[in-house]
Design a protein around this ligand. Structure first.
Ligand SMILES: CC(C)(COP(=O)(O)OP(=O)(O)OC[C@H]1O[C@@H](n2cnc3c(N)ncnc32)[C@H](O)[C@@H]1OP(=O)(O)O)[C@@H](O)C(=O)NCCC(=O)NCCS
Length: 198
C-alpha cells in the first residue's frame, strides 16, 4: 500500500472505559464497565450495606439476600451488547464502587430496554446516578429507543433520574408502583442538575 497510514478502526465504545467523572459536589470519580468476575463479591458487599428502603426501591419487593440466580443475571449475563453495565467508584478508592447502573434489552422487543440503578445509601443525592447515566446512555444496546421500567411512587430520586433521560410517561401499575416509559433522545447529553437535593 502507499504511504498513507490506515485509519485504525474505532474502538468499541465499552473499550473506552474507564473514564473520569466528577460528581455534582465536585468529588472526582471513575466509571468502568461492569460484569467483571470480581463484581459478584462487590455486589454482595454493596447489597449488605443497602438499607431496607433502598433494597425495596431497587427490586420493588422484599429481598433479604441476593440469590445465586440473581447474581448470575446481574453479573454473568452482562455481555456488553444486550446487557450493558457501568460501575462508579470515587477516584481515591477505585476498588470500592458506590454505584452500579445497567440497561437490559427486552427479548420481546429489541427497541426497548429495562434500566436499573443502585447507589450506596451514604452516597445518594450526590450525583452518582447522574454521572453513571451520562456514561451508560451513549453505550446503550444498539437500536434501543425506549426505556420501560417500574419505580416506586415514593421514590422521587428514581423518578427525577428517569425524567432526565427523555420524555417520560408514568402509568399507575399497581399499589404504589409506576410503570415508567422514557422515549430516548438520540445521543443527547444528559443536562446538569441545577443543585444538590436538600
Ligand atoms: C434512585 C437512585 C439510583 C438515585 O441515585 P443518586 O445518585 O442518589 O441520584 P443523583 O444524585 O444523581 O440525582 C438524580 C436525580 O434525583 C434527584 N434526587 C436525588 N435524591 C433525591 C431525593 N432524596 N429526593 C428528591 N430528588 C432527589 C436529583 O436532584 C436528581 O434530579 P435532577 O437531575 O432533576 O436534579 C438512588 O437513590 C438509589 O440507589 N436508590 C435505591 C435504589 C433505587 O431506588 N433504584 C432505582 C430503581 S431504577
Amino acid at each position: 500500500m502507499g504511504g498513507v497510514d490506515a485509519v485504525p478502526p474505532a474502538l468499541p465504545p465499552l473499550a473506552r472505559l474507564p473514564v473520569a467523572a466528577v460528581l455534582r459536589d465536585g468529588t472526582p470519580a471513575v466509571v468502568r464497565a461492569g460484569g467483571a468476575p470480581g463484581d459478584r463479591d462487590l455486589l454482595l458487599a454493596g447489597f449488605e450495606q443497602f438499607s431496607a428502603a433502598s433494597r425495596y426501591h431497587r427490586f420493588l419487593t422484599v429481598v433479604p439476600t441476593l440469590t445465586e440466580g440473581m447474581l448470575h443475571r446481574l453479573v454473568d449475563e452482562v455481555d456488553g451488547r444486550d446487557h450493558v453495565v457501568v460501575v462508579l467508584a470515587p477516584a481515591d478508592q477505585p476498588d470500592h464502587p458506590v454505584g452500579v447502573a445497567r440497561l437490559i434489552r427486552y427479548p420481546h422487543d429489541p427497541t426497548i430496554a429495562d434500566i436499573a440503578v443502585s447507589v450506596t445509601d451514604d452516597w445518594q443525592g450526590r450525583g452518582v446516578a447522574t454521572a453513571m447515566l451520562r456514561v451508560l446512555m451513549p453505550l446503550r444496546p444498539v437500536g434501543v429507543t425506549r426505556l420501560d421500567t417500574e419505580a416506586a411512587a415514593d421514590n422521587p430520586a428514581a423518578l427525577a433520574m428517569l425524567r432526565r433521560l427523555g420524555c417520560t410517561q408514568l402509568t399507575v401499575q399497581g399499589s404504589g408502583v409506576y410503570r415508567v416509559q422514557v422515549e430516548l433522545e438520540p445521543d443527547a447529553p444528559i443536562p446538569d442538575s441545577p443543585s444538590p437535593p436538600s
